[in-house]
Design a protein around this ligand. Structure first.
Ligand code: SF4
Length: 431
């Protein structure tokens, strides 16, 4: 049989993207050829997200679209949606294979069986060499833990991902070392609840890990989203001492109203959040802080919403992700009343998005006319190259494709809410 073609479609967070990378590497190892999901493929893998009703709807639409695109294809719907909402996923006739989270080998085995190719697959992690073949070339995701048991009242993730499981400390460190040896210039430490790393291990936590990763040479280290209460004094000290940590933190706020935060089951008050950002700015100097906000949570009044807007403005976030509350099955908040009418949710979302855009643009303005160092990504269009500053602002500029995976200095000529534009600074060499 000719090599089977396979296409991947991933929804959701960085952890999901990492999980897809693991699957890609496993299939490529077994002789599959990857094609774009817009093309006809023998196999489509849809790695789903369950965080909102909208992300589940997107997974269903993708499955139906792939079925129409190539009716004989094998379609595997995998990940959080299947794990957390199995009944709904089973009702989707167009999917041939359903697999939840945490068992990538089962995806490979089921696809192989459906194609009449047999043999067990052992896929539990990904080597740097495999990642270099399938992932981005400049930035590597390094997943250090899975699962969450915080059970915020709106969140389905603990059901989809299970309890906290951390990767052994030595394994993470040696994985990071081999990523750098494989040529990566930037590592993003990711996890479902990053700050819980090490709780199930002996003598390991995120602060110790950051300190240990600091001694590995000249590269960039990022953290994916971290819960506010998980930013301990030890972690702040480790970040403050680090020479490689990029000064950007994503701290999900969700609401600026203490009443709503309590109903959400969040473990801080608005004042704690405000203090934390202040402490971080004192300890780290110029640190960009981005966040997530949920609007239209059951019982959210105009006053609660105004409190959130005020806190968001005061924090001067560099970026804001806005989600409209959507009830997730089997979560406590799905039964909370009174519901906020969809029209009001829509209005609040539009208001918050506009506020977020204004804050991003203000944040970017500080760079106008200045020169910044960026790490250039893989080119995605013929004309413009894209890279990110240390504080995670997207910069577009004209240049040669050979610059990808290099550090260059860019003089910023224009900014908007989405990012910045510039040109290679005179005399800037690629490093
Ligand atoms: S901390 Fe809360 S919002 Fe984040 S994954 Fe855990 S339960 Fe969900």
């Amino acid at each position: 049989m000719q090599e089977p073609t396979i296409a991947f479609y991933t929804l959701g967070c960085k952890v999901n993207q990492y999980d897809t990378t693991v699957l890609e590497a496993a299939f490529l190892d077994r002789g599959y050829r990857k094609v774009h999901h817009h093309d006809r493929a023998d196999v489509y893998v849809v790695n789903s997200c369950s965080v909102t009703a909208r992300s589940e709807a997107k997974a269903r639409q993708a499955v139906r679209r792939f079925r129409r695109l190539h009716p004989p294809a094998i379609i595997a719907l995998v990940g959080c949606y299947v794990q957390a909402n199995a009944q709904s996923a089973r009702e989707l006739d167009s999917a041939d294979i359903l697999v939840g989270t945490g068992t990538p080998h089962a995806v490979v085995e089921e696809v192989e069986r459906a194609l009449g190719r047999e043999g067990p697959a052992h896929v539990l992690s990904i080597s740097p060499e495999q990642m270099a073949r399938v992932g981005e070339r400049s930035r590597a995701q390094l997943k250090i833990q899975d699962g969450c048991d915080a059970f915020c009242t709106y969140c389905i993730v603990p059901l989809a991902r299970g309890p906290v499981r951390s990767r052994p400390f030595c394994q993470v460190v040696s994985h990071a070392r081999s990523l750098l040896e494989a040529g990566y210039r930037e590592i993003v430490i990711s996890g479902v609840r990053l700050g819980s790393y090490g709780r199930d291990l002996k003598d390991a936590d995120l602060a110790r890990l950051i300190a240990c990763l600091d001694d590995m040479g000249h590269y960039r280290l990022r953290l994916s989203s971290i819960e506010p209460e998980d930013v301990t004094t030890d972690l702040m000290d480790a970040l403050g001492r680090s020479r490689v940590f990029c000064h950007h933190l994503h701290l999900p706020l969700q609401s600026g109203s203490d009443r709503v935060l309590a109903r959400m089951g969040r473990r801080y008050r608005s004042e704690d959040y405000r203090l934390l950002v202040e402490q971080l700015r004192n300890a780290l100097g110029d640190v960009a802080v981005s966040t997530d906000v949920i609007v239209g949570f059951p019982g959210e009044t105009e006053e609660d919403f105004a409190d959130t807007c005020q806190l968001v403005r005061d924090m001067g976030f560099s970026r804001l992700h806005v989600f409209r509350f959507s009830p997730r099955p089997q979560t406590a908040a799905a039964h909370y009343d009174p519901k906020v009418p969809p029209g009001v949710q829509k209005e609040r979302s539009a208001h918050m998005l506009a506020l977020g855009a204004r804050l991003s643009e203000e944040y970017h303005h500080r760079y106008l006319g200045r020169t910044v160092e960026i790490l250039v990504e893989e080119p995605d269009s013929d004309s413009m190259l894209v890279g990110f500053t240390r504080d995670y602002v997207r910069v577009r500029f004209g240049g040669h494709h050979d610059l990808s995976n290099h550090l260059v200095d860019i003089k910023i000529n224009a900014v908007d809410a989405d990012g910045m534009w510039g040109e290679l600074a005179p005399g800037s060499g690629a490093r």
